[in-house]
Design a protein around this ligand. Structure first.
Ligand code: HEM
Length: 244
């Protein structure tokens, strides 16, 4: 039984199913994370209360993190299986490569996936580990004694190179989701001939929504539209790179 599940999962269709199912979970996380983060527009009280609520989940937060990590590992593994299988199916490359049918996003899935993974590692080091910001930014507490996530985000995105890195990462994520969500809809059997026009918007629509939402935060901060009131005492103006 165990063996037959493993064999099925390693088949291209099985691996695509694993990729679609884990893709749904990861996509839900990215949407939920964006909605939560957008509270930066509501000010420090709202964002810090939200962050404190998440931290207060305690062991449940670790269960969520472990489920997300498992989905990420399975998603990457399935992508490797599908890519290897499609290469094995055509060991001799096309003499003339004409990509008429597939989109740019579809052809670069594996590379956009690798870059999104690299972004997640960088992002965790940035905001979860606090590897780049000084202690007065990363370790700051607000007046209520909570981790001052608001000030950390504001100070983080005042740094122009950081914002540029995030903007590039969000465009790559958008490309990945545009094609990923579309093929997920197909793999899960939601795209039939009859309802194709009703489901074809899902990939591009979700990608556009995430791009706009995720770009709005760093761009609003770096342009000084929000972020006048942080607890770190650093000046509420654009901090240009010092060159160190
Ligand atoms: C501009 C957009 C984004 C902002 C402002 C943002 C902000 C944050 C912040 C502030 C944290 C730390 C929360 C805390 O310490 O309480 C965090 C954690 C995290 N972010 Fe983002 N994020 C963004 C985009 C993304 C994207 C696109 C992904 C995934 C592709 C992502 C994945 C994560 C993960 C996995 C964590 C760790 C969650 C945990 O500790 O359990 N973020 N983010």
């Amino acid at each position: 039984m165990k063996r037959s599940i493993a064999v099925a999962a390693r088949s291209t269709i099985g691996a695509k199913g694993v990729m679609a199912a884990t893709g749904v979970v990861l996509l839900l996380f990215v949407i939920g994370h964006m909605v939560g983060n957008l509270q930066v527009f509501a000010g420090p009280e709202k964002l810090n209360a939200y962050a404190a609520f998440l931290q207060g989940l305690g062991p449940a937060l670790w269960v969520i993190r472990l489920v997300l990590l498992a989905c990420l590992v399975l998603h990457v593994w399935a992508a490797v299986v599908v890519t290897r299988r499609s290469r094995e199916a055509r060991p001799v490359p096309y003499a003339l490569k004409v990509d008429r049918v597939t989109s740019y996003a579809a052809r670069t899935m594996i590379w956009s996936g690798v870059l999104v993974l690299a972004f997640v590692v960088y992002h965790l080091l940035h905001f979860t580990v606090g590897a780049y910001d000084p202690a007065e930014v990363y370790g700051a507490l607000d007046a209520a004694g909570r981790h001052d996530v608001y000030s950390m985000v504001i100070e983080g995105f005042r740094h122009v190179p950081t914002t540029i890195a995030y903007v590039i990462a969000q465009v790559i994520l958008c490309l990945h989701i545009q094609h990923g969500a579309s093929s997920m809809v197909q793999t899960l059997g939601m795209r039939t001939k009859d309802c194709a026009t009703r489901t074809d918007w899902i990939g591009p629509g979700l990608a556009a929504l995430l791009l706009i939402g995720n770009l709005s935060m760093p761009l609003a901060i770096v342009t000084g539209f929000i972020g006048g009131e942080t607890s770190t005492g650093l000046p509420a103006q654009l901090t240009l790179p010092s060159g160190d």
